[in-house]
Write a new protein. Structure first.
Ligand code: ADP
Ligand code: MG
Length: 243
């Protein structure tokens, strides 16, 4: 079967700085791959290349067999199929939860208000947020805001979710509720690429873990092996520092 995401020898420069160096990585359907590595190793850039918030320079990235720079995705097709969530939830403060999550479907993807609202109620309910549709972001905890941001990313029924350190800005007591949602999405079969510093979560939730260092994937494998018996000294040094 065609992999959901196929990253093949991808290279990316910012100016003259080499940020991704011939990175290859495959994510199969229903698979969860966690990216770990030090700050500046290229994790966010790799994630952003997948839905083309960042354009890579060399190599190929395919989503469900189609190169991400293929015109058939059109202007917004890729964002629809590969949803991304960031550390900072990026909710509009002057809009209600419902307005926040129905904005893109209505304005960008041409979904009717009625349909967008119905879908919004469905995803909010799934995350225990159905009572908050009319609330404003500032009335919510960080964990609740992040749940809304995840709900927003799911509005277009994406094939993959790209999660970039989505618990990094949360108070420690709120991390668990967000990770539980991600765990639930995995159990429901969602394909995900997850950048995280939560090693316990990666160990529990990832099918595979890839360790990035200086723009290269130094090693990848099942979490038990990467965490239990890393082969590369640099992976070991990173894990010793972080765990
Ligand atoms: P990570 O997410 O692993 O911390 P990033 O992908 O954010 O790493 O960054 C990798 C490298 O690329 C860093 O050296 C960073 O400074 C640089 N970088 C990231 N985004 C940009 C940008 N938009 N312009 C210039 N340099 C960038
Ligand atoms: Mg990052």
């Amino acid at each position: 079967m065609t992999p959901m995401i196929e990253i093949d020898e991808v290279t990316k420069y910012f100016g003259t700085k080499l940020v991704l160096d011939r990175v290859s990585l495959t994510v199969n359907r229903h698979e969860v791959v966690c990216l770990i590595g030090a700050s500046g190793s290229g994790k966010s850039t790799l994630l952003r290349c997948v839905n083309r918030l960042v354009a890579h320079d060399y190599g190929t990235i395919r989503l469900d067999g189609v190169p991400v720079d293929d015109p058939r995705f059109g202007k917004t097709g890729l964002q629809k199929r590969a949803g991304i969530v960031f550390q900072s939830y990026n909710l509009f403060p002057h809009m209600t939860v419902l307005e926040n999550i129905t904005l893109a479907p209505r304005r960008v993807h041409g979904v009717s208000r009625a349909e967008a609202t119905a879908r919004a109620q469905e995803v909010l309910a799934r995350f225990g947020m159905d009572g908050f549709a009319q609330a404003y972001p500032e009335q919510l905890s960080g964990g609740q805001q992040q749940r809304v941001a995840i709900a927003r990313a799911l509005m277009t029924k994406p094939d993959v979710l790209l999660l970039d350190e989505i618990t990094a800005a949360l108070d420690p007591e709120l991390v668990g509720e967000v990770l539980a949602i991600i765990r639930g999405l995995k159990d429901a079969g969602m394909t995900m690429m997850i950048v995280t510093h939560e090693m316990g979560f990666a160990r529990d939730c990832a099918d595979r873990v890839a360790f990035l260092s200086d723009g290269m994937i130094l090693e990848e494998g099942p979490p038990d092996r990467i965490f239990g018996a890393p082969e590369q000294p640099r992976t070991r040094a990173f894990l010793d520092r972080i765990i």
